[in-house]
Design a binder for this molecule. Structure first.
Ligand SMILES: O=C([O-])CC(=O)C(=O)O
Ligand SMILES: [Mg+2]
Length: 616
């Protein structure tokens, strides 16, 4: 895309690069751009060396039926599309009507994917204008089903796959990606897709969906994103046994083999795209942590499930403090239960601990750990020397996985190991219960009712995705707390009518954090992603709701306002990047950070296409 404040600049540019077709017009004394009536009032044009069918079939260039006559002429597509030029608003009417005729969410997903594959400008316009509704299709919850069915609904490739066959080849392979500028990469190994477990290469839909939100919510350019799957195999038996599965049909690489595979990829990517932000997504525990700690101080990267989920969960807890008439620096007074000790559970709790320590109201990190009770799939992480009640475990019994030092920080020496959620609730009277377990129904009626007896406004946050993996439903949360709950879930629920009153639900999903973070990193060209950026993101989001919204149980804006949220988050992340000396971009003087952010956000609109002989 070429920003051109003066037409004469366009003219000069086209003179330098004009294709033979345009030259043909020039020779006919059309040097005043009379051949480009669509350019007269324009300040922006897009150039391409392509013409004919190649333009129509390139989703980054195609306008479908919206090509103007003069564009059709100069791009050699006259007669190749229906004669009537249909502007974007008409296209949107048609698309929305067709979309609403799809019967199931998965059909809508396939429809949206097809649109993205035909015309990205229109896809993103539709998405931005209907973010709340359509994020539920291209993102959670429907994207979960799309991953499970990926190999059946597969139509056309998007993104890049690096598989166990590609070891030793990755440095060359990265050059197969057609774009020289990449700002954001989302990469998964598909080992823990949402709360759905190991989905192998089918996990590709997750990076694609996340990156769609980077574009729609964070204004990153669609040409500057790269979805990646590292296909190191799968341990999912049904995929291994499915002849139609598209990923590698062997078990997962583990140990050194696994880490050297990821390392080869990281180096290959760094070589071609040294400035790109890498988002690690849906890696199982403890790989997620190990990779984060290996790379976070050396390259510009973060783990979404650990750090972004942590930022938004912290934002939810802080906003809920305000909703209960407290200040956000009263965090140390909370008693928090976290059900789930995987990457998201541990990450969320670490963010809360960091914030307590930062606020200075706890004397030590150890004191902060004493405010959080963590349960894994066997129950409370407690003292196994005290009498155990393993059979009462809310999420099944079995051998407790070996706990590592991150999880052991939360061990409660004075309480029995494996106590059930209800037992823990009765013992400690929590103010907040967080669900990051991927185990639906773990927030039992007994546990939530017991919680509601102990506090006026219990914060019930079942954060597992997609919706059917949620630890309880919104209806249950309000019913079991007599409508007093402050409710937030990872995937969307509808507001609930309880005893004649509408009870508000919130969505605490890392989507509120990563698009703004990516925008801030891209604008500042920050070299690293830091813990401070996530902490400030949390505080920024926690301060977005008005007094009235808080009173009504609304903790912060919904996904529908993602662009606004992202602007605020991006401005804060930029500020931190400059404060921490990590920013490499020179910002224009005399223009506010917010304005710079806003101007840098890509907005899907059609701009005149000009054919050129080479790249400009
Ligand atoms: O994708 C989402 O909705 C949130 C997320 O990262 C996860 O659950 O792994
Ligand atoms: Mg995730």
């Amino acid at each position: 895309m070429l920003r051109n404040p003066a037409l004469k600049t366009i003219h000069a540019a086209t003179q330098r690069h004009v294709s033979s077709q345009v030259r043909h017009y020039s020779r006919r004394a059309l040097t005043t751009l009379a051949a480009f009536p669509d350019l007269r009032m324009e300040t922006m044009v897009q150039t391409t060396p392509k013409h004919g069918m190649d333009v129509i079939h390139d989703p980054l260039l195609s306008k479908g039926t919206a090509f103007s006559l003069s564009e059709r002429e100069r791009l050699g597509i006259r007669g190749l599309v229906p004669p009537r030029t249909q502007e974007m608003d008409k296209q949107l009417q048609r698309i929305i009507r067709n979309l609403r005729e799809c019967r199931t969410p998965l059909e809508k997903f396939v429809f949206m994917t097809a649109l993205q594959d035909r015309n990205e400008t229109l896809y993103y316009r539709l998405l931005i204008d209907n973010l709340e509704e359509l994020s539920q299709i291209i993102y959670t919850p429907t994207v979960g089903e799309a991953c499970q069915r990926f190999h059946s609904i597969y139509r056309r490739s998007r993104g890049m796959y690096f598989s166990s066959l590609d070891r030793g080849q990755m440095a060359a392979m990265v050059h197969n990606w057609p774009h020289d500028q990449v700002d954001v990469i989302v990469v998964t190994d598909g080992s823990r897709v949402l709360g759905l477990g190991d989905l192998g290469a089918n996990g590709m839909q997750i990076p694609i969906g996340k990156l769609s939100l980077y574009v729609a919510g964070g204004g990153i350019r669609p040409t500057s994103i790269l979805p990646v799957v590292l296909d190191v195999g799968t341990n999912n038996e049904s995929l291994l046994n499915d002849p139609l599965y598209l990923g590698m049909g062997h078990r997962r690489l583990e140990g050194d083999e696994y880490y050297s595979f990821v390392d080869e990829w990281v180096h290959a990517i760094q070589n071609r795209y040294p400035n790109a932000l890498i988002q690690f997504e849906d890696f199982k525990y403890p790989h997620a942590y190990n990779l984060l700690h290996k790379y976070k101080d050396n390259i510009c990267c973060f783990n979404d499930d650990i750090q972004s989920t942590s930022a938004v969960a912290l934002a939810g807890v802080l906003a809920a403090l305000k909703a209960r008439g407290k200040a956000i620096d009263d965090l140390n007074e909370e008693r928090i239960i976290c059900v789930g000790a995987g990457s998201a559970g541990v990450g969320v709790c670490e963010g809360i601990i960091d914030c307590m320590v930062e606020q200075g109201k706890v004397k030590s990190r150890e004191e902060a750990y004493s405010k959080i009770w963590m349960l894994d799939q066997h129950g409370l992480i407690g003292n196994s020397n005290l009498s155990s009640s393993a059979s009462a475990s809310p999420i099944g019994v079995g051998d407790r996985a070996n706990l590592d030092e991150r999880q052991l920080c939360y061990l409660k020496k004075d309480m029995s190991d494996r106590m059930s959620l209800e037992e823990v609730v009765k013992a400690i009277k929590p103010t907040v219960v967080l669900g990051l377990s991927g185990a639906p129904g773990v927030f039992t009626e007994g546990a939530i009712r017991a919680m509601a007896e102990g506090v006026e406004k219990p914060c019930v946050f079942p954060l597992s995705n997609p919706t059917h993996q949620s630890e309880c439903t919104a209806e249950q949360a309000f019913e079991w707390t007599d409508g007093r709950a402050i409710f937030a879930s990872g995937s969307p629920f509808k507001d609930v009518e309880y005893k004649g009153k509408i009870r508000k639900v919130n969505q605490i999903n890392n989507a509120m954090s990563f698009p703004g973070l990516g925008l801030g990193i891209t604008v500042s060209r920050a070299s690293r992603v830091t813990g401070k950026m996530f902490m400030e993101t949390a505080i920024t989001i926690a301060n977005m709701a008005t007094e009235d919204q808080l009173k009504n149980g609304v903790l912060f804006p919904g996904v529908g306002q993602l662009r606004e949220v992202s602007k605020e988050v991006a401005a804060k992340v930029c500020e931190v990047a400059y404060d921490q000396g990590l920013a490499r971009a020179q910002l224009r003087q005399g223009v506010s950070l917010k304005n710079i952010i806003e101007e840098s956000m890509w907005d899907p609109e059609y701009v005149p296409l000009i054919r050129v002989d080479g790249h400009m």
